[in-house]
Design a protein. Structure first.
Lengths: 495, 327
């Protein structure tokens, strides 16, 4: 029986999932809110981004179930006593066991069966400098020079087909659900509904989601197919699979993005509303505090705090059992620091909004009825600023992921033993200055990170446009083809 | 005007006081000099004698706030609080923690000039390039050009600055060999070292800023005075450049003003990537070497510059928009 390990950040991730589900339940019960959320997905880009984000989030969740395997009992060990391995594994590690275990000795190109560096080997009795065969990748090939391409094509095609079929099945499974939410599909049988979706004759652009799912399925399938025999994205200097590192980095990015933006909320919401409600000296004090905080350049403030946390962890080794737990505590602290230093912007926004709201009739009425101030703030002010909180939180998410990379580069980011995009870029930077060039580690970090951040940005834009009507008017439109047509339209309306 | 400036300066001083106290608490109360010494010496070599020696060398062995051993005003001045916190206001930064690094003040003065050479062109060109790009998008608003322009912005802002740097350095310095890979030289030859960082810095922020400025310009474009200007028969370009841009300058300046402190502080990432000996790389080295004195000083200096630059931005408002009366 393995020992389950609940890391701090695991708890945060699962709590985050629970909170999201709870919020979704709330949304279902409030038609007004549900209608606004529908608006988010009326944007095809946001729909596609959601599918991608869900896929990445699934990887992050799989990587958040940690445990330590029980070691086989040693001779002479007391019965009932179990020792556990020092390595903390996650469910994702178990799923990716082949990737973890097929470690090469050093760099290798993506999909290659030969090592990247030349080594001295004895060939036909003579020492020669050659690229040696890799230990695991392509080891099944008997005549690599002729079989390699064919083998790649076969595995890739099989994986691709499998991925597409899986995506298709997932889409079909989701279709009955779609029928419940989509008025255009109500009452149709499955094949007619599928045709409507694929022809994009639906209220929400489900087709964009389906296409994203298909592309994602095809890519994943091909990657799975190829990684049965090769390293799809090559290996790094220690021979570790780069694809595995990129997938592990997703969790780090999610932890930072979710936790740091949530950590700002308590301060920002409580202090912002208090300052706006009470005004006077309370407002002065709160304004002073956040001006002090925001007047220190962010990176410097974070660097100072992180250095202090390092001193703290150095002094308290009893807080963690394994290296993984230490790294986890570090990233947990980092998120708290990001939260503690980053609430000024939202706080200022909420203060301004509360100043406006407290003069409105319904708040005045509540005051006249003698409702207690704290109750007014909770029942009347807070629900009416929640859209700002939501917009701000989703907008922050992508920024924080980018920030993590910079902080890791500066040396105050996540622990070097933890996979992260910042760490991968750091390594990639050295590799890019080598000759011949080692580009795959860096490129993998680039592709995964841009996909994640771009999806987060597109989703955030969708949320902002749905919840903030003013932002919607600034959106560039794809359909209105020319300015003259728009001008003619407004001119016609004026006449 | 003078009264306003004075009041702002006074409030700025209060803020600086807060920053200073907060950093002092963080660096000397949350963790003690003993902890810092232990981390700085590092590893298993830590002995009480070494810690004491480390503290004496750096003056951290003094009492925190009140020195009973001294006489007269020295009771107050020969303390950690006075030497490490109060004297910052006189811009006396003292000596760095690590063995090799010397006086912080001299180092800062020397490096700030270098940082300025990189950051000032970046600041000005950034403002011009982003505004020009945003104006272009607004000019073509509602068309495919606008749509794809914004798509380009979103893609550009989704790419980490580190990618721009690594790819740019590889492409322009290693493959095309147009500029040196990294390094710095004084005088005119500094230009060839600075060109690439400046351009990459522009590229890395163009997406985010152009999109922001586009929104600010579009806010203005729906207003009545713009309709009046069009009704007068002014060309679209004239309306944009003369009327819309001028009025959008206030929000644009506010957001650009946020970067002003970095004009002096330099960019951490760009300086260290390109080996430019400015304040940014100074901080990076300090973080790497766990030099607490430098980090503390830079926090103070950073907030000082931040406060000053915000006062500058406020004064710039009156120049941009005569309607703004400061009081």
């Amino acid at each position: 029986m393995p020992k389950f390990v609940l890391l701090w950040t695991d708890a945060v991730i699962w709590l985050g999932l629970a909170a999201t589900l709870g919020y979704a339940w709330q949304v279902r019960r409030q038609p007004q809110l549900a209608a606004t959320w529908r608006k988010v997905w009326r944007d095809a880009a946001a729909m596609a981004a959601t599918v991608l984000l869900l896929a990445f989030a699934a990887v992050a969740l799989l990587d958040s179930l940690h445990f330590r395997r029980a070691l086989p009992p040693l001779p002479g060990q007391a019965a009932g006593q179990v020792f556990y391995a020092t390595r903390t594994e996650s469910l994702l590690d178990v799923l990716l066991t082949p990737l973890v275990e097929r470690r090469e000795s050093t760099y290798s190109r993506p999909l290659s069966y030969l090592g990247f560096t030349r080594e001295s080997r004895v060939v036909n009795g003579e020492p020669q400098r050659i690229h040696p065969r890799l230990e695991h990748a392509g080891a099944h090939l008997t005549d690599p020079e002729n079989d390699w391409l064919g083998d790649l094509a076969l595995r890739g095609a099989l994986g691709l087909a499998g991925g597409l079929i899986a995506a298709g099945l997932l889409g079909l499974a989701a279709l009955p659900l779609l029928r419940r939410w989509e008025p255009a599909l109500a009452g149709l049988n499955l094949s007619a509904a599928a045709r409507q979706v694929l022809a994009d004759r639906t209220d929400l652009p489900w087709r964009a989601g389906v296409i994203t799912l298909a592309v994602l399925g095809a890519l994943t399938g091909a990657a799975v197919g190829l990684s049965t025999g090769y390293h799809v994205l090559g290996t790094d200097n220690l021979g570790n699979d780069v694809l595995y590192q990129a997938l592990k980095s997703l969790r780090t990015a999610f932890v930072i993005g979710v936790m740091a933006s949530v950590a700002t909320l308590p301060f920002a919401i409580a202090l912002g509303i208090l300052a706006g409600w009470y005004r006077g000296w309370v407002d002065e004090v709160i304004q002073y505090v956040y001006t002090v905080l925001s007047s220190v350049p962010n990176v410097l403030l974070i660097a100072a705090c992180v250095l202090m946390v390092q001193v703290f962890l150095d002094k308290h080794p009893e807080l963690f059992e394994t290296g993984a737990e230490r790294a986890d505590l570090k990233i947990f602290m980092l998120c708290l620091i990001l939260g503690l230093t980053g609430w000024a912007g939202l706080c200022r926004l909420l203060r301004g909004e509360t100043l406006k709201l407290r003069e409105l009739d319904y708040v005045q009425a509540a005051t006249a009825f003698g409702v207690a101030p704290l109750r007014i703030m909770r029942r009347h002010i807070l629900p009416n600023v929640m859209h700002l909180v939501l917009i701000n939180t989703v907008l922050d998410f992508s920024g924080l992921i980018l920030y993590e990379a910079v902080l890791s580069y500066v040396g105050v980011g996540v622990d070097p033993s933890m996979n992260s995009f910042g760490g991968m870029i750091n390594l990639g930077r050295d590799q890019m200055s080598r000759d011949p060039l080692i580009w795959w580690s860096f490129s993998a970090a680039f592709v995964f990170m841009v996909a994640l951040v771009l999806a987060a940005n597109l989703f955030a834009d969708g949320v902002r446009d749905a919840f903030d009507p003013r932002a919607r008017s600034l959106r560039p439109r794809w359909r209105s083809t020319s300015r003259t047509a728009a001008a003619a339209q407004t001119g016609g309306a004026g006449a | 005007m003078l009264r306003y400036t004075l009041r702002r300066l006074l409030y700025g001083f209060l803020i600086l006081l807060g920053v200073n106290l907060a950093t002092f608490v963080l660096f000397f109360q949350v963790n003690t000099p003993d902890d810092m010494a232990r981390l700085n010496i590092g590893g298993k070599r830590v002995t009480p004698e070494l810690i004491t020696k480390w503290k004496v060398e750096r003056g951290y062995d003094r009492p925190m706030y009140w020195n009973d051993a001294a006489a007269g005003s020295e009771r107050l001045t020969r303390t950690i609080f006075w030497e490490r916190s109060v004297s910052l206001f006189a811009l006396e930064f003292g000596r760095a923690d690590s063995e090799s690094a010397g006086d912080i003040g001299a180092e800062v003065r020397e490096r700030m000039a270098v940082s300025l050479k990189l950051a000032l062109p970046v600041f000005l060109l950034q403002l011009i390039a982003s505004t020009a790009f945003a104006l272009g998008l607004v000019f073509f608003r509602g068309t495919r050009i606008d749509f794809w322009g914004v798509v380009l912005c979103v893609v550009m802002l989704s790419i980490s600055a580190l990618f721009y740097i690594v790819v740019g350095q590889y492409l322009f310095a290693r493959v095309l060999k147009l500029v040196p890979v990294s390094g710095y030289a004084g005088g005119l030859s500094a230009v060839k070292f600075l060109v690439l960082p400046v351009l990459l810095s522009l590229a890395s922020r163009l997406g985010a800023e152009a999109r922001l400025y586009r929104a600010m310009l579009l806010e203005e474009i729906g207003k009545d005075y713009v309709r009046t200007a069009r009704a007068k028969g002014l060309s679209e370009l004239r309306v944009l450049a003369r009327h819309v841009l001028r009025n959008a300058m206030i929000p644009i300046l506010t957001s650009a003003g946020g970067y002003l402190p970095y004009v002096f502080l330099g960019s951490l990432v760009f300086e260290s990537f390109f080996g430019i000996p400015g304040l940014g790389s100074y901080v990076i080295d300090a973080i790497g070497g766990q030099d607490f004195a430098i980090v503390r000083t830079m926090v103070f200096l950073g907030s000082l510059l931040y406060i000053l630059s915000y006062i500058l931005v406020d004064l710039a408002y009156t120049w941009v928009d005569p309607r703004v009366r400061l009081n």
